[in-house]
Design a protein around this ligand. Structure first.
Ligand code: MTE
Ligand code: HPA
Ligand code: MOS
Length: 756
């Protein structure tokens, strides 16, 4: 079974928000954003914009009928700024005009006076001023301080980890349509329809049931639309409310980059204690998160960092401290991995530093300390059904790590200006929203009398294949071909109070809900058949089975019979993940239903004269439980890997001291393309094994593979060291070609010294 959208995508006929035929009289909105990063607004002049051709209305915060306040955790953000701006690009004015270009021309005529205030872009500076969201928190186990004296080696260092722009193909957008009796329908490119519904209702001062959010699919979300799509749904709804006409807003790429947040950059310090054999005894880390100007999802992101600080390693004494630091950048937000990748980069850096200082190869340190079933993590959860070692060993064997190392050593011996290296990256990632209450899913399943089926869930299709998975699950449950299943748009009138599609848990929670709904319908069908068919009934191969054997009754006949006997052919399924609980304050409990494991071997060649590099190979063994659809899963593993490679190598967000982004266009912000992808990219799954919490025994797959990309940093670093063993290479990401070049050419031996 292919991704059910693949034909539509290839033909360009899949519908996104602005592909639907525009309704009669639709208007277009554009936003005027703050030209500076921090200051007080002293004057706003809108006359010229209002007089511009085609302009219907120019709106400010004073035109919002309900509450202008946004913010999923801390309500600290205004849809349109009133008298203070805290990042460059912060929306101040919304212009609505007859065409998009007219709206944009009018935006250019808005005049604002702002008294500048000092701009902070560095989280350490915010930390020194105690300018935080929430309060700094600590998760710990054991007694770190008591350990250092007993450690044979204590390693210290710091990391400077870059952010990442989401760059979904489809930028943020929404279309709003005013309806009878004050109702509003919004087509929104969002991962979180319910957040949009709530926000639009509160913005307009109306009840939630008057707002309908509809989402067919996204052209990518990657976390960027988990919370920050809400703003654009609100902008469209505000414009529609003010004009009484349908209103659409579609951000251009540069607007999307300047108005919305990204993956959080982190500055971190680490301290790692080991015994003489390389066993990890104690680990301490400080994480300074660059949150940007408003809280957004920074606190849950930081919490996930706190829960991934030891990645795949068992360390008996751990203390992780983290602070969400307020700066004058766009509010940073969810991005695939949700704070996990940053925390994992820190422990991997600590291991690299330990390896450099002690002389034990990094992969030996890693392997020696991998977690196992029964280990208790520093936040209380006890690891069950651990597959960490298995993926590590299988990667080493399948891809012959020893041979890779031998051939790299031989290559490096006989080549001067290009060097190769290999790294091994284990990943252990927790599945479930860390906010326990979000772990609930719903599905509405209809069977029509011709036997065709419609499934609606709270899951958003953003390319990751959740619709394909939902169709596969319903098809499996009813024993019919997936072609008979239609997966409907996600809509708040059919599914209420849905959680965002995020945390890799969308297929898990919504898929389990689909199973429950299908089960209810199966029972209804069996009840209709039972008078004549005595025995155990089932659905398989398009027929009803009796005691495991195909009967004469087809699925269609059974459905028709059920209808005529006036039994239900629709059901609503509701699922709440069992067995999880977590005290966010104490940092203790069982936050995750399970963990996903995997290992990636990365091989690189670095051109040490130019600083450029090539990722020769990425070879993965990944734990997927019993896959629902291996084609979709491989796509997720490959896509996640490449996004992680980009984050670690070339995606460089450069801000100047005034909080202005200098790499805000695709000409300056480099993305990995097909040529950058490893020539040799292999993905193997562990032998299928049921994962009890996942639908049909599957495991979540969306985010974990991104963290395989971290391996490339350490492979490049090792290749640099092969060229210049004296180079001190900071743990600064991304490892751009400039950084490689500058890194290897420091402390170079004098010309008379022998380079090799
Ligand atoms: N894959 C595609 N093609 N597009 C996306 O936007 N988002 C990622 C991941 N894979 C994304 C993707 C993120 S951030 C998450 S949390 C998961 O998919 C969400 O979907 P899931 O819960 O169904 O895995
Ligand atoms: N992951 C992703 N998104 C989230 C989470 C999480 O753990 N919590 C709240 N939103
Ligand atoms: Mo994904 S960062 O949880 O949307």
């Amino acid at each position: 079974m292919k991704h059910i959208d693949s034909q539509l995508h290839v033909r360009g006929t899949s519908e996104y928000v602005d592909d639907q035929r525009p309704p009669e009289g639709m208007l277009y909105a554009a936003v005027f954003g703050s030209p500076i990063a921090h200051g007080n607004i002293t004057a706003l002049r809108l006359e010229k914009a209002k007089a511009a051709e085609g302009v219907r209305t120019v709106l400010t915060i004073d035109d919002i009928p309900g509450s202008p306040v946004l913010g999923p955790i801390i309500p600290d953000e205004l849809l349109l700024a009133r008298d203070h701006v805290a990042f460059r690009g912060e929306p101040i004015v919304l212009v609505v005009a007859e065409t998009r270009v007219q709206a944009e021309k009018a935006v250019a005529l808005v005049e604002v006076d702002i008294d500048p205030l000092p701009v902070v872009t560095c989280p350490r500076e915010a930390h020194a001023a105690a300018d935080f969201f929430g309060k700094p928190s600590t998760y710990q186990i054991g007694d770190v301080d008591a350990q250092w004296d007993f450690c044979a080696h204590v390693i210290e260092g710091s990391c400077d980890i870059g952010g990442q722009e989401h760059v979904p193909l489809e930028t943020n957008r929404a279309r709003a349509l005013p309806r009878e009796n004050g109702q509003m329908t919004v087509w929104s490119s969002t991962q979180s329809p319910y957040a949009g519904q709530k926000a639009v209702a509160s913005l307009l001062g109306i009840a939630e049931h008057l707002v309908e959010i509809d989402v067919k699919r996204l052209g990518g979300g990657f976390g960027g639309k988990e919370d920050q799509a809400t703003h654009w749904a609100c902008m469209a709804a505000l414009g529609a409310h003010a004009t009484g006409c349908p209103v659409e807003i579609v951000l251009r790429r540069h607007e999307d980059v300047s108005h919305t947040g990204k993956r959080h950059p982190y500055l971190c310090d680490f301290k790692l204690g080991l015994d003489a054999e390389g066993n990890l005894l104690a680990y301490e880390a400080w994480l300074y998160q660059n949150a940007g100007a408003f809280a957004d999802l920074s606190l849950p992101v930081l919490e996930r960092s706190l829960l991934h600080a030891t990645n795949a390693y068992d360390i008996p004494n751990v203390r992780v401290m983290a602070a969400s630091c307020k700066t004058n950048l766009p509010p940073n937000t969810a991005f695939r991995g949700f704070g996990g990748p940053q925390a994992m980069f820190v422990i991997e850096s600590a291991l690299a530093e330990a390896s450099d200082q002690i002389g034990i190869p990094r992969d030996e340190l890693q392997k020696r300390n991998l977690i196992e079933t029964g280990d208790q993590l520093y936040y209380g959860q006890v690891i069950e059904r651990c597959q960490m070692q298995k993926t590590w060993d299988e990667a080493g064997d399948t891809y012959d790590l020893d041979e890779i190392k031998r051939s790299i050593a031989a290559y490096n011996d006989s080549n001067f200006s290009t060097k190769k290296a290999v790294s091994v990256m284990p990943v252990c990632f927790g599945i479930s929203f860390t906010k326990t209450f979000l772990n609930q899913g719903s599905a509405l399943v209809h069977v029509y009398t011709d036997g065709s089926v419609a499934v609606t869930t709270g899951g958003i299709e953003m390319g990751q294949g959740v619709s394909t998975n939902m169709a596969a699950i319903a098809a499996r449950s009813f024993g019919i071909h997936p072609d008979r299943i239609k997966v409907e748009a996600t809509n708040t009138t059919r599914i209420a109070n849905m959680s965002p599609s995020a945390a890799s848990a969308t297929s898990d929670i919504n898929g389990n809900a689909v199973l429950l709904a299908c089960q209810e319908i199966r029972e209804s069908i069996f009840a209709a058949l039972q008078p004549e068919m005595d025995g155990e009934l089932g659905c398989e191969g398009g027929r009803i089975t009796l005691n495991g054997n195909p009967s004469k009754i087809s699925w269609e006949e059974a459905v028709a019979k059920t209808y005529l006997s006036r039994r239900r052919l629709s059901a609503h399924g509701f699922y709440a993940t069992p067995g999880i609980e977590f005290d966010n304050e104490k940092g203790w409990g069982t936050p995750f239903a399970y963990h996903v494991y995997g290992t990636c071997i990365t091989e690189v060649t670095v051109d040490c004269l130019r600083g450029t590099y090539k990722v020769d190979a990425a070879k993965i063994v990944h734990d997927i439980g019993r896959p629902i659809n291996p084609i979709v899963d491989v796509g997720q593993v490959e896509g996640g890997l490449v996004q992680g490679l980009g984050w670690m190598t070339m995606e460089d967000l450069v801000w100047n001291d005034e909080g202005r982004i200098l790499s805000g266009a695709l000409s300056t912000y480099k993305l990995p393309d097909i040529y950058f992808c490893p020539d040799d990219l292999q993905v193997n799954f562990l032998e299928p094994e049921d994962n009890p919490p996942g639908p049909l025994g599957s495991k979540a797959v969306g985010e974990p593979p991104l963290m395989y990309g971290i391996g490339v940093f350490f492979a490049i670093r090792d290749a640099m060291k092969a060229f210049n063993p004296k180079a001190t290479i900071p743990y600064t990401s991304p490892m751009t070609p400039e950084r490689v070049l500058m890194g290897i050419h420091q402390h170079l031996p004098a010309p008379h010294e022998n380079l090799s």
